[in-house]
Write a protein that binds this ligand. Sequence first.
Ligand SMILES: NC(=O)c1ccc[n+]([C@@H]2O[C@H](COP(=O)([O-])OP(=O)(O)OC[C@H]3O[C@@H](n4cnc5c(N)ncnc54)[C@H](O)[C@@H]3O)[C@@H](O)[C@H]2O)c1
Length: 310
Amino acid sequence: MRFLVTGGAGYIGGILVPQLLSLGHDVTVLDTFKHGGTELAEACRYKGFTPVKGDARDLRLLDELTPRHDVLLPLAALVGAPLCKEDAIGAKTLNRDAVIELVKRTSKDQIVVYPTTNSGYGVGEQGKFCTEETPLRPISLYGVTKVEAEEAVLQAGNGVTLRLATVFGMAPRMRIDLLVNDLTYRAVHDRAVLIFEGRFKRNYIHIRDVAKAFIHAVENFDTMRGQPYNVGLSSANLSKIELCQRIQAQLPKFVFSEAPIGEDPDKRDYIVSNEKLERTGWSPDWSLDRGIAELIKGYTMLRNSRFANV
Ligand SMILES: NC(=O)c1ccc[n+]([C@@H]2O[C@H](COP(=O)([O-])OP(=O)(O)OC[C@H]3O[C@@H](n4cnc5c(N)ncnc54)[C@H](O)[C@@H]3O)[C@@H](O)[C@H]2O)c1
């Protein structure tokens, strides 16, 4: 199949795109490549890979590229509440409008698989799992724009949406701002962390299982069409404190403590059911503990030290 992946050079795209290529698909990536340009080095050896340097909001590019592909994966976004707060216009035009424009240009025979966040579930009910029927109540601009784009994808009738838990794991374009990646980074390099809202629970998923979910959605499109699916580890609905304990099990010198030093802009405190996706035959390969072990290895090599000698 021919895939168009906007934002394909990002954290998720850097893992997903080479996998699609290795399965024999053709993949066009439309990205600004603002993270250095080596994220997709692995993809260049495939004949079917075409990078297009450009903006996912450029309607001329969307007119040209959309009809030429069978599967559209709109990944380009300003990802996370803090980044969207910094650039509200960018968030609305890229996270919402560009997805609406892309969907408008698709026909009913094309497939759209759209990743959104499960942070829209916000403050969950104590002990009650959020399912795909649970109302979405996003608070941050990031959550709001992602939910609006998801609605457009589902309304068009030729899409599947994946409501991703907090993603973790090593990737060519690394993101150490994601919770598991962040706490493990601090555990490796600082040996200590102060957390806030330590009892707030969330769900987590390894990046390679996210890639597996995209491929699964395309391969099972006829049964999954028109529906949202939570994508997370049913074995990992954990609070931040429990997450720290899991990291500590592998790094016994890691010390953590709690203090009211911050607040989550999306008030994320919920447990999520991933049963709907599991019933379609998808299952994760990566446990949280395996992902933490992978991160510890990765951080032995990776350190943010732009303004230091070590
Ligand atoms: N990582 C997560 O935990 C997570 C969770 C839920 C949903 N998602 C969604 O998955 C998608 C990918 O997330 P990610 O973690 O890979 O983010 P990322 O920030 O690593 O990747 C975003 C990519 O979009 C590109 N981009 C930015 N502006 C662009 C523009 N104007 N035109 C074209 N490309 C542009 C960037 O260069 C980057 O390659 C996003 O839609 C995000 O909302 C991610």
